[in-house]
Design a protein around this ligand. Structure first.
Ligand SMILES: *Cc1c(COP(=O)(O)O)cnc(C)c1O
Length: 362
């Protein structure tokens, strides 16, 4: 039986995993995945397509991404002393970090990767995939970092890497900066600050790279209207990025992505303006949610809002029936009990969501 061979050969931690699943969203108001509703104005879109038409798709891409990296360094103000690694989404960069320091088996004795919980679902998934142990440090009930417990987890488990999403997904809040600094000072391994939502909150640990040589900062294009490009960025000390470059697959950033990202960076001002408009729509939606009976919304510094209802499963089903797709995060007996997460969309999408939610509560 080939099933026996699968069970015999595939690592136990992979057998125990479930593949990442994204529900179909055809024809729905799609507010489940923190995508941006923004697109380039038509004239610029034509310029972009003309630029893409020049790409020599028969050739391998530039494995060093030299031109794009120069543009990114300028845009982010990355100092020469610091390295920059590009990934096929920041997901791939998280995987590279885990491959770099992880492994050793999930059964005890292996390397530990630590993150608060709830946080980004890819951290435990990737830890399992590379055979590292994943340690989750529970957040407080209001999703703030439990400073004492988190620092104790670092002392006790001595993680090879700590992942902190800042702002956190799915809660939307930033953790207390002093608490993060204490964790940074304490951590015996790497600390990754995942700034996927930087455009919506403008708080960054990039200026702290000099101070903490074991700090790595992640950014992504995904939340700014370019989720389909798959481009993530890692910035950190050159001694770390040189090691990461060894395990990066040489052509992980395809030619179309390199060309497109460079083009979009020429119009970074448009993307910044759109992010600001998104923040304004978020504040409006937060006020609307806060007024709804039976809804508790959590303040967000990202492009989504977490909120709690009386029956998340039923509310989610009713929203789907009304053509609105958001994310159901409900897990009984956890901090996310009866929690739903909605991305901030375009004005019309947000209006459709608020109307449908009003009809879906009970
Ligand atoms: C969305 C998100 C990412 C982005 O992943 P990409 O692979 O770049 O699309 C990374 N970290 C967090 C916390 C996120 O929420």
């Amino acid at each position: 039986m080939s099933g026996d061979r699968v069970r015999e050969l595939v690592r136990a931690e992979v057998l125990a995993m479930r593949a990442y699943h994204a529900p179909p969203a055809d024809g729905m108001v799609k507010l489940d995945a923190m995508e941006s509703s923004w697109q380039l104005p038509d004239a610029l879109r034509r310029d972009w397509l003309a630029r893409l038409a020049e790409v020599e798709i028969n050739r391998y891409p530039d494995p060093a991404c030299a031109e794009l990296k120069t543009r990114i360094r300028e845009e982010l103000g990355i100092e020469d002393a610091h390295g920059l690694v590009l990934g096929n989404g920041s997901d791939e960069l998280i995987q590279m970090i885990a491959l770099l320091v992880g492994g050793g088996g999930g059964g005890g004795g292996g390397r530990v990767l630590l993150s608060p919980a709830p946080s980004f679902s890819m951290y435990p998934l990737i830890a399992a995939a590379v055979g590292a142990q994943f340690e989750a440090a529970p957040l407080r009930e209001d999703f703030a970092l439990d400073r004492a417990a988190f620092c104790e987890a670092i002392r006790a488990r001595r993680p090879a890497c700590v992942f902190l999403a800042h702002p956190n997904n799915p809660s939307g809040n930033c953790f207390d900066e002093d608490a993060i600094l204490e964790a940074l000072a304490l951590a015996p391994g790497l600390v990754v600050i995942d700034e996927a939502y930087f455009s919506f909150c403008h708080r960054s640990f990039l200026p702290r790279l000099k101070e903490f040589p074991h700090l790595l900062v992640l950014r992504t294009f995904s939340k700014s209207g370019l989720a389909g490009l798959r481009l993530g960025m890692l910035i950190g000390g050159a001694e770390w990025t040189e090691q990461l470059e060894k395990i990066r697959l040489p052509y992980n950033i395809n030619s179309l992505t390199q060309c497109s990202a460079a083009f979009y960076l020429e119009h970074a001002e448009l993307m910044r303006r759109e992010a600001e408009a998104c923040v304004a729509r978020r504040e409006k939606m937060f006020a609307q949610l806060a007024e709804m009976p039976g809804v508790r919304a959590y303040p967000s510094e990202a492009n989504f809002i977490l909120f709690r209802v009386n029956d998340a499963g039923e509310t989610h089903r009713r929203l789907c029936a009304r053509g609105v797709l958001i994310k159901n995060l409900h897990a009984a007996g956890t901090l996310l009990e009866n929690c739903l997460r909605v991305s901030i969309g375009a004005e019309t999408e947000n209006r459709a969501f608020i109307k449908a939610l009003g009809e879906s509560l009970r």
